[in-house]
Write a new protein. Structure first.
Length: 329
C-alpha cells in the first residue's frame, strides 16, 4: 500500500510540476503587409490609407498585434518604384498592396510569387495587369475602374453644364500610360461634342501653377483633370489654382470638396476600403489568381454651388437633379 501511495503521489507531483507550455496561450503571429505608394503620405492621400486600415480592422486584423504594415513611398518619382518594391520583398512581407498601373507593374517586376493586391487602378486588363477580370491568373488581383471612360464622361458633364465652352484644357502626366489612354478616349468624345482639347503636362506639384498660367495665355475656358497620381494627390492645389484663374474644373470625386466646381468618378476611398477584403482572403489561404477583379458599379457626380456662384455660373437643373451630392457652403 505504501509503495502504491508513493507512486500516486509521485505522479501527482509530476503533473503539478510539468511545464504548462502545451496549454499556455501562444503569442499571436504577426503578419507583415507591404504598401507600395506611388505618391507620398500627404493629407490628400490620408483618407484612402485610413480606409484601407479601417477595412483591415473591421475584418479583425489589428495593427501591432496581428499585422504590421510596411510603407514605401515613391514621392511621385516613378523610377524609384522598382527599388522600393524590392525593399518590401526583402522585409519578408506576406503580400503587397499598391495602386495605379505603375505601382502594380513595379511590384510585378519584383516578384511573381508574392501576392499583389490592387487597391485602385484604371483598366487592369487594358494595361496588362491581369489576364481577365473573372480569372486574373498569376499573383495579382484587386479593384479596377474604367479610367478612360470615366474621364471621357467628365468631358461630357462639363459640356452639358457649360454648353458655350469650346476650348478645354486637360491636365495630364506626359510620362503616364494611364494619362495617355484617358486623353485618347477624351479625344474621341471631343469631336462629337465639338470642343477643342489642349494638353497641359504636369509631373509634380510645382508644375501646376505654370500649367494654369499657360492656360490663361491659351484662352482655355474650362479644365478637365485626368485620374493619375499627380492629379489625385494634388486635389487642393488644382482647386485653388482653378479658382484663382476663374476656371471651372472637373476632376475626381474629392475635387469639389476642396473647392473645385465638379467631381465625377468612382469613390477611391471606398475602393481602398474594399481592397482590405482581398488582403483578408489571401491571408486566409486564397490564391490571388482565383479571386476575380472587382469593378465599381456606382459613379458619383458632385457639384460645388458655392464655387459656381463665385465663378458666376448657373448650373443647369438637369445636372443638379443627377448629382449625388451638392455642396452649398
Amino acid at each position: 500500500m505504501k509503495t502504491r501511495r508513493r507512486v500516486v503521489l509521485a505522479l501527482g507531483a509530476g503533473l503539478l510540476t510539468a511545464p504548462f507550455a502545451p496549454f499556455a496561450q501562444q503569442p499571436a503571429k504577426i503578419t507583415r503587409i507591404g504598401f507600395l505608394g506611388v505618391g507620398s503620405a500627404s493629407p490628400d492621400f490620408a483618407d484612402r490609407l485610413g480606409a484601407l486600415r479601417a477595412g483591415l480592422a473591421d475584418l479583425g486584423h489589428v495593427e501591432g498585434k496581428t499585422i504590421v504594415i510596411e510603407y514605401r513611398w515613391a514621392e511621385g518619382k516613378y523610377d524609384r518604384l522598382g527599388a522600393l518594391a524590392q525593399e518590401l520583398i526583402r522585409s519578408q512581407v506576406a503580400l503587397i498592396v499598391t495602386h495605379t498601373s505603375l505601382g502594380v507593374k513595379a511590384a510585378m517586376r519584383a516578384t511573381a510569387t508574392i501576392p499583389i493586391v490592387i487597391a485602385a487602378t484604371g483598366d487592369a486588363v487594358e494595361t496588362g495587369l491581369v489576364a481577365s477580370l473573372a480569372r486574373p491568373g498569376g499573383n495579382v488581383t484587386g479593384l479596377s475602374f474604367l479610367g478612360p471612360e470615366v474621364v471621357a464622361k467628365r468631358l461630357e458633364v462639363l459640356k452639358e453644364a457649360l454648353p458655350h465652352v469650346r476650348r478645354i484644357g486637360v491636365l495630364v502626366n506626359p510620362t503616364s500610360p494611364e494619362s495617355a489612354m484617358q486623353l485618347a478616349k477624351m479625344a474621341e468624345f471631343a469631336q462629337s461634342l465639338k470642343v477643342e482639347l489642349q494638353r497641359f503636362g504636369v509631373k509634380q506639384r510645382e508644375e501646376f501653377a505654370p500649367a494654369f498660367a499657360a492656360m490663361g495665355k491659351s484662352r482655355i475656358e474650362a479644365v478637365v483633370a485626368t485620374d493619375e497620381p499627380v492629379t489625385t494627390f494634388n486635389i487642393a492645389t488644382i482647386a485653388e489654382l482653378a479658382k484663382s484663374h476663374r476656371l471651372p474644373v472637373i476632376g475626381a470625386v474629392a475635387l469639389p470638396g476642396a473647392g473645385g466646381l465638379f467631381g465625377y468618378g468612382t469613390n477611391l476611398v471606398e475602393m481602398f476600403r474594399r481592397s482590405a477584403t482581398y488582403v483578408d482572403k489571401i491571408l486566409k489561404g486564397a490564391k490571388p489568381g482565383d479571386l476575380p477583379v472587382e469593378q465599381p458599379t456606382k459613379f458619383e457626380l458632385v457639384v460645388n454651388l458655392k464655387t459656381a456662384a463665385a465663378l458666376g455660373i448657373r448650373i443647369p437643373q438637369s445636372i443638379l437633379l443627377r448629382a449625388d451630392r451638392v455642396i452649398e457652403w
